[in-house]
Each structure stands twice: as C-alpha cells, then as structure tokens.
Design a binder for this molecule. Structure first.
Ligand code: PSU
Ligand code: MN
Length: 311
C-alpha cells in the first residue's frame, strides 16, 4: 500500500543518511502572512537552510496529498490560492479524502514531519491557549500535538494575543519540555519577554541537541519546545505592541470571530494596525528560528555520526 504521506526524494535521502533536515509549516504562508511576503518568506527560509547545509522540508497538503518536502512550484501555488485551507491534525483525513490543498498548522506539520523521520521543525509562533479559554475552551491543537510527537520545535514563544500564562501551564501538564534559548523568560513573539519565567535555559545548539537525545534515550514521546526570543533590534516597540494588541482583541470580539479563523484574524489586524511593523517583526523572528533550527539539526546529525560540528 502506498504511504499516506508523500516525502520528496531529497528529504527521504537526507533522513536516511542522517543529514540535517528542518521541517517548515505552511499555515504561516497560507493564513499567517500577507501576499506576496508569504511566498518570499517561505523561499527565504528554504534558502537560509540550504546555505547552512541543511535540507528544508516544507510541509503542506497538495490536492489531498500530505507532503513533506514541497517543491517550489507547490509552495507558490499554496501561497497564491484563494480557496486554500488551514489544515490542523484533525483536518488531515478530510483533506485527503476530499482532495483539499492547504497549509498545515504546527500540529499537522509536527505529525507529518515526524512520520517522515524529520526531527527538527522551525516555526514563527506556536498556537496556545486563547484569552477567554475558560469559557470558550479555545486552545490550539498545537499543544496537544506537541504532547504526543517527539520532535524539536523552535518558536519565538507564543503571541501576546494568547493567554501566555495558561499556555505555559498547559505545556507543563502535557509534558512538553520547554527550553529558553539564552533566556530565562518566555518570549512573547513580537517582544522578547512575555513576563513569564522559564526554568530551563540553554546557551548553544549543542546543549539543545543533548536534551533532545536524552529525551529520545528515555523513549519519551513528547516534543521539546525551544523558545527563541526575537532579537532586541527587531522586537516591537512596547507601547505600539500594547495599543495594537488591545485593538486586535476588541476587533475580533466585536466581529464575533470564532474557532480556526481567530488566529488569522488577529494576525491580520495586528499587521494592519501596526502599519506593517508587526509583519517585519514576524518575518525577522521567523528567519532567526529557522537559522537556529538549522544549527540544532546540524548538531543532532553530528551526534548521530559521533563527530563534532563547527557552527
Ligand atoms: N504563528 C504565527 N503565524 C501563524 C501561526 C502561528 O506566527 O500563521 C499559525 C500556525 O500554523 C499555528 C496556527 O499552528 O496558527 C495556530 O492556529 P490555532 O490557534 O487556530 O490553532
Ligand atoms: Mn482554536
């Protein structure tokens, strides 16, 4: 029986040879970033990895085929299509049966990348517990996916549009290992510091790789989340951040936005209300996360080979 997941030859060969590979999601392209920056961000991320000697594995669904290692043409297509779906893990069976094309969220990307043997995944920001979740129950499936998929996810924390404290509590409950990259506070996506502490700090890609391999040695099935704060030079101005955030939340409430539309709606509002500033921050932190993911993937590959790597 053919596999349900199609894996590009390049990714398959790299995984088999234990060369470094980093998975990338596509909801960021289809629903997170405006055109045409969405496709250029996806291309830049792939180029950045290749320059570092890492194979990119962009994940998405094309005509009902979950794919790990989309071609440039497929990425262009997802980035330009109007009727493109946002596909979480629970949507995958429907997407396959009904021939959808769409961007995969962190949850679906983690599941598919792991299925293809890819151990590292870089994204912008993880989904989390939405504000008001005590009554709406709106909590991203990303969290539950991380509980059951042994992968490393690099993220700039979670967005301040979410309930950051509740998200951290859920990550603990779900047994997700959370590492702060050169920080002891959880990043707030657009800003370096969400105000919430993280217990465990790591200082180098090698230290991250050691935690990942210890997790594997134990046979734990949960993800390691590497929280990488946006650089000081790139973070959003504090006052602007507060102002546009309050506006975005009020706007979503007034518009009655619910369910899977919530995150794209809030992001779009932020990008417009900040006159593109939040978009630049989003792109900068995404590049930084991709680069860090590449560095950790190289360390993991070197550990597997028993050699040392020069970053
Ligand atoms: N973070 C971003 N941009 C995005 C997303 C997160 O910076 O586009 C996407 C991711 O794909 C994530 C999804 O998995 O939003 C979460 O959506 P929800 O809250 O509906 O689970
Ligand atoms: Mn939701």
């Amino acid at each position: 029986m053919p596999s349900a997941v199609s894996v590009s030859d390049e990714v398959r060969a790299a995984v088999a040879a234990r060369r470094p590979v980093v998975a990338l999601e596509t909801t960021i392209i289809t629903h997170g970033l405006p055109r045409p920056r969405n496709v250029s961000a996806a291309r830049d991320a792939e180029a950045l990895l290749r320059e570092a000697g890492v194979v990119p594995a962009t994940v998405g669904v094309v005509d009902g085929r979950p794919t790990v290692g989309l071609s440039a043409g497929e990425i262009d297509r997802l980035g330009a299509a109007d009727d493109v779906h946002k596909i979480g893990t629970r949507d995958l069976p429907v997407a396959m049966a009904q021939g959808w094309s769409g961007g995969t969220t962190v949850s679906a990307t983690a599941v598919l990348a792991h299925r293809a043997g890819v151990g590292v995944f870089a994204t912008g920001g993880l989904g989390g517990v939405h504000r008001g979740a005590a009554t709406t129950f709106d909590e991203s499936a990303d969290l539950v996916a991380l509980a059951g998929v042994p992968i490393l996810v690099v993220s700039a924390g979670v967005k301040s549009i979410l309930d950051v404290g509740a998200t951290l509590e859920r990550l603990e409950t779900l047994q997700v290992t959370v590492l702060g990259y050169r920080t002891t506070t959880f990043p707030g996506f657009y800003v370096r510091d969400s105000g919430f502490p993280i217990a465990d700090r790591v200082g180098t890609p090698g230290e991250v790789a050691a935690v990942v391999r210890a997790r594997d040695a134990l046979g734990l099935r949960s993800a390691v989340l590497l929280a990488n704060p946006v650089s000081e030079a790139d973070e959003l101005d504090d006052d602007l951040h507060r102002a546009v955030l309050d506006g975005a939340l009020a706007d979503a409430e007034a518009a009655g936005v619910r369910g899977k539309d919530t995150t794209p709606h809030l992001l779009d509002h932020l990008h417009r209300a900040s006159e593109g500033r939040s978009l630049e921050v989003n792109l900068a932190l995404y590049r930084a996360n991709v680069a860090l993911g590449g560095a950790v993937a190289r360390e993991l590959s070197a550990l597997d080979d028993g050699r040392e790597v020069r970053q």
